[in-house]
Design a protein around this ligand. Sequence first.
Ligand code: TMP
Length: 397
Amino acid sequence: MKNNLVEFLDLGFQPLANSFIPINNIRKKERKYKLKISFNKKNFLVSIKNTFSSNEMFNDTYPYRSSMSKSVSKSFKELSNKIKKKLNPKNILEIGSNDGTFMNYFNKKKIVGIEPCSNVEKITKRKGFKTYPLYWNKKTSDFLKKKHGEFDLIYSANTLSHIKNLNSVFKSIYNCLSKEGSLIIEDPSLLDCLKTNTYDQFYNEHIYVFSCIALNEVLKKNKLQIYRIEKIKLHGGSIRYYIKKTTSKKKIEKSFFKQILDEEKFGLKKLNTYLNFSKRVKKSKKKLIKLFSSLKKQEFKIIGYGATAKSTTVLNYCEIDNKYIDYFLDTTPDKQNKFTPGTKIKILKYKNGIENDVDYVFLGAWNFKKEIFKKEKKFIDRGGKFITHNPYPKIIK
Ligand code: TMP
């Protein structure tokens, strides 16, 4: 296996992307690791090299909340309607149910969630949903099957790519999925990541960034098959994969073959494609540093918007710290009044928009650009500008 892995990108020393620092730990040494990305020539999987155990990343201090974004809630609502209409499942399991944003759209008797981060799992439980503070593995799958029977629908958004042992992940899914059931998963698209130079899709939690090609290779080994895909805009460009048991009667739809073809045409099976991406990322770093330095020299006030896990990668890779960015605004309570990992930029509570003395805003949450621009019309109207790093570093006019 190891011989098939070729490292193509080095994003330097990074802290854990979601380990926002409380004020009393500000002088403490942070844990850092080398963020290197590899391509597997045999099964085409792209993965990070140094990984952390699940309980180091996903525990009772996990700050992320799905409910913080309107776009996420809207997407979950639309999907829930589609599921009810087209698949009409009798019982549903959500793997990585976070604060219950997806579960909210279903009958409490029909859906079960598992979420290992007990701080967010409790929120869903308080709403009256059946959830368990468990990691996804064979033991959990056996337990749920015994307690709730086989599931007609298993849903998991931005979770399975966070688990290292994919064969165990999919074997455990196969174990509790009904014969004609569907597994729906959503994860960032490798094709979009490479096309838009969004290297910040890589951080410790994203052990894999899936292509349809690579995911299907892993699924095949576990008697599963993608039968439909949908491209969605969430998280900077994701794919929603509809997956069935190989033996299921469901037809494989055109969208699957088209995605495979598009990815092959772009070169996702070739090492050279990744080496070229790496060159573009290095250029992007130089350009972003130049942009920030020039604005700072002109004494403009720059803040950040959305202290995302993705922005941890960008800021640490490009060494943009509190000398450049005065503070971040964020709506997530568990991030507020803390500091960004590695770069130690203060995170303030988002109240009523952007202060009048701010000239430039770095889009940490660039993936919610539209939603943010709509909200910050006042800032834009008074001449305020946004900075983004993708598809290349620039000021958005
Ligand atoms: P994500 O990219 O990992 O989903 O995280 C988005 C972060 O951005 C999350 O901490 C919430 C924050 N955010 C805001 O502060 N304001 C907003 O308008 C949006 C959409 C997100």
